[in-house]
Design a protein around this ligand. Structure first.
Ligand code: MLT
Length: 268
């Protein structure tokens, strides 16, 4: 992995392949490793830039504050800056989708196209915020076991291939409880994304696992309605981490989307 310093914090990222630049933002409580099936299959067609968010994987610790989605967005923009990439397709899975919306808020001019996978436009309601506060306390008290107990069964579907399920569990267990708590608190602070999505005039792709119980297909339909001219792809049988559970059809949709974009879109 490559590394840069962003305001004193190390941000580690993969930069693999050649072709249109595609920045991929991972979900919670995972790392860039959750895009391994994309890094493996798509690097022949696309330039994939895949950071670990601060507090996760090989990036530096999150610090005592909440890791707001705008912080993750600014770290990702710094990665693009370091690579001299003016505009990229920005793809995000779940929390990574919230961060992609934050990138639109920070600087929509850097986003050549948008890929939203198993995510949603809505902010947390009051009950959701209270659940986040409890989750942050639980992970501080019991470590990542609290997240395995509460989340693993929702992140993957019953039909998830065992190797993918094991990889998700390993990723969760390997994260720092502090980084996870900071990101949970950051997700609770995110604004709704409806305004930035309806303003976004670029091309977009929305992907959802048919069996996603965290951000079900109705949430993806809402995203597709907000994004003008977007394509919505539902992946039969897949759960919340469709890119890991069913990489074949997700990779195909992503590659087709990126190939359809005119080269001029990346110059702007
Ligand atoms: C994720 O997969 O990133 C999280 O489940 C998103 C969330 O908790 O809202």
């Amino acid at each position: 992995m490559k590394r840069i310093e962003v305001e004193g914090t190390r941000i580690a990222f993969h930069d693999h392949g050649a072709g249109p630049p595609v920045l991929l933002l991972h979900g919670f409580p995972l790392t860039s490793e959750s895009f391994r099936p994309q890094l493996g299959a798509l690097a022949g067609k696309l330039r994939l830039i895949v950071p670990d968010h601060r507090g996760f994987g090989e990036s530096g610790p999150a610090g005592a504050e909440a890791t707001e989605m705008s912080r993750i967005a600014r770290d990702a923009l710094a990665v693009l800056d370091a690579l001299g990439i003016r505009r990229a397709v920005v793809g995000g899975v779940s929390m990574g989708g919230y961060a992609a919306m934050a990138m639109l808020r920070e600087d929509a001019g850097r986003v050549a196209g948008l890929i939203l996978i198993d995510t949603q436009a809505a902010a947390d309601d009051e009950a959701g915020k209270a659940r986040r506060a409890d989750t942050a306390k639980a992970v501080e008290a019991r470590g990542t076991q609290a997240l395995v107990d509460a989340m693993l069964g929702k992140l993957v579907s019953d039909r998830c291939p065992p190797a993918a399920r094991d990889a998700v569990e390993r990723m969760i267990r390997a994260q720092s409880p502090e980084g996870c708590a900071a990101a949970v608190r950051g997700m609770a602070l995110r604004p709704a994304g409806h305004d930035v999505l309806s303003r976004f005039a670029g091309p977009s792709l929305v992907v959802v696992g048919e069996q996603d119980v965290i951000t079900p297909p109705a949430k993806a339909q809402e995203l597709a309605k907000l994004l003008q001219g977007s394509r919505l792809v539902e992946i039969p049988g897949a759960g919340h981490l469709a890119n890991l559970e069913a990489p074949g059809p997700v990779n195909e949709a992503m590659a087709e989307f990126a190939r359809s974009l005119p080269a001029a879109l990346f110059n702007g």
